[in-house]
Ligand binder design. Structure first.
Ligand code: SF4
Length: 187
């Protein structure tokens, strides 16, 4: 089975990668596609950890550099229900499209590991995208692996983000170690 894993970041993906590599016979590849992440510096920090993971585990990862910061800022409302729904949909849509175009049997997403995301909405968006492009969406509740992934990433000194990713979530995070970014697009 040829599986495409949508990767939001290394800490959320690494335990899933380990599980797939050890428990299931499959050809595993990843797709880093996160046009929501603000600003570019943060995007690159997360991307670089994903590339380190790719090398460590021997899992090829395609990087999509698309950034839709202007769309997030100018079109999406601060209301989480609207922006998060779009955020899941656009990522699942592109992953399904890429999977169909490149001959993968099935796709899934590391977003399913996070206890902080809307799990059911992600599943719904994944299934809709799958039927749109004629590929299968693999569902598994990865949330029990969340802590393991964080510990593994910390042990490998990969970047650990301090906010969900978008323009609005940066402003909402009150994490004491949140990086200070000085860009014209900051809130
Ligand atoms: S809060 Fe997170 S899931 Fe919601 S739009 Fe922002 S980055 Fe996407």
């Amino acid at each position: 089975m040829k599986m495409l894993l949508h990767i939001c970041c290394a800490p959320c993906s690494v335990a899933i990668v380990e599980k797939f590599l050890t428990e299931q016979e499959m050809e595993l590849e990843g797709l880093y596609f996160n046009p929501n992440i603000h600003p570019k510096e943060e995007f690159d920090k997360r991307k670089n950890s994903v590339l380190a993971m790719s090398e460590d585990y021997g899992v090829p990862v395609t990087i999509n550099e698309l950034n839709l910061l202007d769309y997030w800022r100018d079109t999406l409302q601060p209301d989480k229900s609207q922006r998060c729904s779009y955020c899941y949909a656009v990522r699942m849509d592109e992953t399904a499209r890429y999977a169909a175009e490149h001959g993968y049997d099935v796709f899934t997403t590391s977003l399913l590991i996070s206890p902080y995301q809307d799990h059911e909405l992600i599943v719904s968006m994944g299934e809709k995208a799958a039927s749109r492009y004629g590929v299968k969406f693999y569902y598994e509740d990865f949330r029990p692996l969340y802590r393991k992934g964080r510990e593994r990433a910390r042990g490998k000194h990969w970047y650990m983000q301090k906010y969900c990713g978008c323009y609005y979530s940066y402003g909402e995070s009150d994490h004491p170690k949140k990086p200070i970014y000085f860009t014209e697009n900051n809130l």
